[in-house]
Design a protein around this ligand. Structure first.
Ligand SMILES: CC(C)(COP(=O)(O)OP(=O)(O)OC[C@H]1O[C@@H](n2cnc3c(N)ncnc32)[C@H](O)[C@@H]1OP(=O)(O)O)[C@@H](O)C(=O)NCCC(=O)NCCS
Length: 321
């Protein structure tokens, strides 16, 4: 998907990227000991089997025969057509030589050519190790729009009992047909409810076809696990928790946890998470999650279970001139 971009004798040459996980891992690990890194499996699926809802453009920066940096631009195709999402990585030994800026210039040029007015990104900063990401993003013109905490918990976490009026049902991979309408309603409620600060985003609306497409794609790189709370009296689903385990990994990452408004106040969020973690295979020993500090209920639920904050994740945005 990528394209050649200009290279002068003093700046690194930018090539369309075919792979970049090693470089990305080296860059992220340099100042982010708790970074959740995309596994090669997931990278391969996104690089070789592009989905219908977003284009991805990738660059590698080479200095002679050395790979010194990688960048990626995601261009959503169905909503947020004015926006792109970017990521830039430079290996530690080649920083402060202008490689990051050259990659960013390529991203901005491509995004503008595609009619995008702004580019967003996530910059994660370790609580103890100083990193360059935030200063770099600011130098590229980015402003902060939202912040989340990145938390981790070693398993097992403190268990949380389920309210006796509910039971917890679980599935892996595709949501069973009988639960799909309720699950779609909850997923869309989550997309509408999740705090995004000042990020101005058009909300993604999932229908059955889009859910099925995402389930099918995700299954290629993740063991996707869902726990849902079902009210015993009428079988109504009152909440769900979505967990990803990269194939073969020793860690999981917690995506959505939602309790529908009329079911709140019964600690179902904690019960769902605790049920999902208890069912993980024994080789999975760590869970990552992200929560906005302003999302008091979820933040307290997480810390009460044993999660601790390890990074601040800044969602930033650059307005393209
Ligand atoms: C952030 C990162 C991509 C910067 O790459 P780089 O090649 O060192 O960046 P550049 O040399 O092009 O720097 C461009 C400008 O960013 C700012 N900057 C970069 N690193 C900085 C640091 N450590 N401290 C302060 N400012 C910094 C400076 O303004 C710099 O311009 P200058 O050198 O003329 O002063 C690199 O440190 C990295 O890969 N970090 C880990 C991944 C990450 O956080 N990516 C950003 C979020 S997607």
């Amino acid at each position: 998907m990528g394209r050649w971009t200009s290279a002068s004798s003093t700046s690194p040459t930018l090539l369309p990227a075919a792979a970049g996980t090693t470089c990305r891992t080296g860059s992220a690990r340099a100042d982010r000991p708790h970074a959740l890194l995309e596994a090669f499996d997931a990278f391969e699926v996104s690089a070789t089997q592009p989905g219908p809802y977003a284009d991805r453009v990738r660059w590698e920066a080479h200095d002679g025969d050395r790979l010194v940096g990688v960048a990626e631009l995601e261009l959503p195709l169905t909503e947020n057509p004015d926006l792109g999402w970017a990521e830039v990585h430079v290996v530690p030994e080649d920083r402060r030589r202008g490689v990051g800026r050259a990659l960013w210039d390529a991203i901005a040029e491509r995004a503008r050519a595609d009619g995008r007015a702004r580019v967003g990104g996530e910059v994660s900063v370790d609580l103890e190790v100083a990193g360059a990401g935030f200063a770099f993003a600011a130098a590229m013109g980015a402003v902060e729009k939202h912040r989340e905490d990145h938390l981790v918990a070693e398993l097992p976490v403190s268990p949380c009992a389920t309210d006796p009026a509910y039971d917890v049902l679980t599935w892996r991979g595709r949501c069973p047909d009988e639960h799909r309408p309720a699950y779609l309603t909850m997923r869309n409620q989550m997309n509408a409810d999740v705090p995004v600060g000042e990020l101005d985003l058009e909300i993604t609306v999932l229908d059955d076809a889009r859910l099925a497409a995402s389930e099918e794609r995700l299954a290629r790189s993740y063991d996707v696990r869902v726990a849902a709370a079902r009210r015993r009296s009428d079988g109504v689903l009152g909440g769900y928790s979505l967990l990803f385990v990269p194939h073969g990994a020793d860690h999981a990452w917690q995506d959505d946890t939602l309790v529908m408004p009329e079911h709140r106040g019964r600690r179902l969020g904690a019960a769902l998470k605790s049920a999902a973690y208890a069912a993980l295979p024994p080789n999975v020993t760590l869970v990552h999650t992200w929560t906005a500090p302003s999302n008091t209920a979820m933040h307290r639920t997480n810390t009460a279970m044993g999660f601790r904050v390890v990074e601040h994740m800044h969602e930033v945005e650059v307005r393209l001139a």
